[in-house]
Each structure stands twice: as structure tokens, then as C-alpha cells.
Design a protein around this ligand. Structure first.
Ligand SMILES: [Mg+2]
Length: 430
């Protein structure tokens, strides 16, 4: 699928994901206030709509709200990352039945790229996606459809808020796009962020609509090239292609279809090492550490009648880490637990969970910090990251990720707007 207006992006976003996972197994909690807590610091990491309505803020510490919890009998859960990882995997497998052109953006969000159907057909497709995910997993989702990823995000957000849309928003059917953009604060636009919102205000830019009217030159100066890409997308021209990884706080995923069917453990292991390396690089980029790594593999869902296999395994590190070899070892254990010979594998992925900021890192009682050893590891990772930032991603990588990497996919890599956007001319840095 090319980089043109001849396709549509569908964002599927699980509503209150962790809470919804808990509710899927305890349906009696539907309609009642429920919160999920981070497992270390006791902060709210997921809230049901009822809990939001009672004024429980995202990220606030539990102890400040004990009285509200008691008063309204709010049900609280600790994070169950094994459950959330597994539920995420199930949701994503269902989404993959609709198209191979999918970017799993986070544990609870994915972009699908589909042909440019009529708005009514897109609405029907969106409703079917929502219904199938709910029927098979019990997870409610919001769906947004538009010509660009950035607009699909806005459409999904509108769909989530509105009762009349039934959770599915097709931008072409939601009234005047400019009116929607006028209602959307600039800081809420995907890729702009609240930090830039303050700066933008000083230029008189408050809404997404204001952004679209701003001259490219100013956008580039204040928001850099990536900001201009975002605004170009707000104007309706796709610029941000589907990708194979992402880095939010809830969970890092790195997953992708193989370029060909794989059957041997060693080949799949190379791919898993490569994904793990990339995911942990992302983890370090955001100065975080994590304890949980899940690895999953699956056969080709689109191959028709052949026997299918899909499995995931999670390994928990004793101490949170950002050191790639720790996770590669863990991923190997995971893969050994799930790999079965005789199947034709088409996809693998890794998921990193229980992510915390490195400066808040907690050591276990069994394992004390080892400053000298830890310092060496940190410097090694820093050096590798620096080389890769300068010379290109994965220039320095573990040998275990393979030399030829024949499993790599050659598809689904929509390139930047090299030929249609002056800001995205191919850059060569030496
Ligand atoms: Mg969500």
C-alpha cells in the first residue's frame, strides 16, 4: 500500500485497557468504579469511566484517595501484567485477521491501513472490528478512521467521548472536519504534546485547527520537522507510515511479520533477538527500566486451512533492567517455552512491561546494587546507543540477531514523503 490518499488508517484503541482486562473476567464489575494500581508505587494507572467521574486522577498516589475509594466502594486491583500481555496479544491477533497492514502501537492500541472504501463501508468495517474484539475478548474498543494516522487518532478520541457514535468514528461522517479540529486542543494532538502546547499558546496557537493554518516555516522552526509532519497529517496528507515499534510508558512492543515463512528455531531466535534489542534501545531512549518481557510467535493467519499455532510466554527479571543482554537471555527462555517444530511461522514479537523510570529503580532484597558492574554495563549500552544514533539503527547489534537477517520483511515500509514534501527530502549525513 503506497503513500497516498488511496488508503485509510483505522486506529483501534482499547478503552481503559487494564480495567477492561479485569472486567473481562469479572463481568459483575461492569458499570462499577474500578481502578488498577501500578505495582510498586501504588499510583492509579488505569481507571474505569465511573472512577474518572468520581475524580480519581491518572497517576495520582492511592494514599491520597483512600477516603474516596472507601466512600464509593471503588474496586482496586494491582497490575497483572501477565493477564494484560495475554489479553493484548489476543486483541492484536483479532485485528490481524482484518489486515496484514497493521502497526501494534502499544499494548492497547493499533493502527490498521486499509483500502480507501466508502465512508459507509468504513463505518461498517469499524463496527465489525469493535464487535468482534468485544465478543471474543470482552474488551471494549474505540475506533477512529481517517486518511492519516494523526486524524484517525482524533476520530477515535471523538468516538470515545460521544454516545451517539457508538465508539466508531469515521472522519468523513462526523460533520465538518474543521469544527472537530477547532474543538481539539493543540496539546492533545498526537505527536505535539502538552509541553509544546505552552509554547504554541505564546504564538496564539490553541487548537488543532490553528495549527493547520500556521505557515510551514513557523511550524518547522517551533516544532521541528516531526511537528510539520504532524500538521501535514492534520491537513489530510499522510506522512507518518505504519511502523513496527513504539515507545510509550505502558508497554513497549516490537513485532513484525517475517519476510518469509520460518520453521527453524535458530531463524526465529535471530528475529526475536533483533526485536528485543530494538525494544530495549527504546526503553533506554525514554530512560526507563523494566522487569517483564513476553515473547510470542504465530503461524500465518492468512494461510487458509493449514493448522495454526500461536503462543506467548512471559519471563520476569528479578531486578528491573535496561541492559540488553538480560532481556535477550530472558527472551531465549521464553522462545524455548513456546517454539514447537513442524509449524510454519510468520510472525514474532516481544512486549516489555512493568516499565518504570530508571531513577526510581528498586532493587530486590535478594540482589544488591553492584555499582562497578552496573556502571560498566551502563557505559557499554551508552556506547552502543551512541554509535547507532550516529551511524544508523542496529549498525552495532548482537551477533545472535544474525548477519544476513533473511527473515526481515521487505513489505509494509511506507517511506517518508521524499518527493512531495520539501521538508522530507532524503538527508545524507556523513
Ligand atoms: Mg487505550
Amino acid at each position: 500500500m503506497g503513500n497516498s490518499r488511496n488508503s485509510q488508517f483505522i486506529l483501534v484503541d482499547c478503552n481503559n485497557f487494564f480495567v477492561s482486562c479485569e472486567r473481562a473476567f469479572q463481568p459483575e464489575l461492569r458499570g462499577k468504579p474500578v481502578v488498577v494500581l501500578s505495582n510498586n508505587d501504588g499510583c492509579f494507572v488505569s481507571r474505569s469511566n465511573e472512577a474518572k467521574a468520581l475524580g480519581i486522577p491518572m497517576g495520582a498516589p492511592l494514599f491520597q484517595y483512600e477516603h474516596v475509594i472507601k466512600l464509593h466502594d471503588i474496586k482496586t486491583f494491582s497490575s497483572n501484567f501477565l493477564l494484560y500481555g495475554d489479553m493484548s496479544n489476543r486483541v492484536m491477533s483479532i485485528l490481524e485477521q482484518f489486515t496484514e497492514n497493521i502497526e501494534i502501537y502499544s499494548v492497547d492500541e493499533a493502527f490498521l491501513q486499509v483500502d480507501d472504501l466508502s465512508p459507509e463501508q468504513l463505518l461498517a468495517l469499524g463496527k465489525e472490528i469493535k464487535a468482534r474484539v468485544y465478543k471474543w475478548t470482552g474488551i471494549p474498543v474505540s475506533v477512529g478512521v481517517a486518511h492519516t494516522k494523526t486524524l484517525a487518532k482524533i476520530a477515535a478520541h471523538e468516538a470515545k467521548k460521544s454516545d451517539s457514535l457508538g465508539g466508531v468514528g469515521v472522519l468523513g461522517l462526523m460533520g465538518d472536519v474543521n469544527e472537530i479540529l477547532k474543538k481539539t486542543p493543540a496539546g492533545e494532538v498526537w505527536g505535539i504534546g502538552y509541553r509544546s502546547a505552552k509554547t504554541l499558546q505564546s504564538y496564539g496557537i490553541n487548537s488543532a485547527y490553528d495549527l493547520t493554518l500556521w505557515p510551514d516555516k513557523s511550524i518547522r522552526k517551533v516544532l521541528s520537522v516531526s511537528g510539520l509532519r504532524t500538521v501535514t497529517e492534520l491537513r489530510g496528507t499522510p506522512c507518518i507510515p505504519l511502523e513496527d515499534s513504539f515507545h510509550p510508558r505502558k508497554g513497549i512492543m516490537c513485532t513484525r511479520m517475517f519476510g518469509k515463512v520460518l520453521t527453524e528455531f535458530d531463524e526465529i531466535y535471530e528475529a526475536v533477538v533483533s526485536y528485543t534489542t530494538r525494544a530495549i534501545e527504546k526503553l533506554r531512549e525514554q530512560r526507563s527500566v523494566a522487569t517483564h518481557i513476553s515473547t510470542y510467535i504465530r503461524t500465518d493467519l492468512h494461510s487458509g486451512t493449514k493448522e495454526q499455532y500461536s503462543q506467548m510466554y512471559t519471563y520476569v527479571l528479578e531486578v528491573a533492567s535496561d541492559y540488553t543482554p538480560d532481556f535477550i537471555k530472558a527472551a531465549e527462555i521464553c522462545l524455548k517455552n513456546i517454539y514447537k517444530p513442524g509449524f510454519r511461522y510468520k510472525k514474532a514479537g516481544v512486549m516489555i512491561q512493568n516499565i518504570t523510570q530508571k531513577e526510581n529503580m528498586q532493587y530486590s532484597l535478594l540482589k544488591k546494587p553492584e555499582p562497578v558492574e552496573d556502571g560498566k554495563k551502563a557505559r557499554a549500552m551508552e556506547a552502543i546507543d551512541r554509535v547507532n544514533q550516529k551511524w544508523g539503527s542496529q549498525k552495532l547489534r548482537p551477533l545472535a540477531s544474525g548477519l544476513k537477517q533473511e527473515w526481515r520483511s521487505k513489505r509494509g515500509q511506507m517511506s517518508p514523503c521524499y518527493t512531495t514534501n520539501w521538508e522530507e527530502l532524503l538527508e545524507i549525513t556523513l
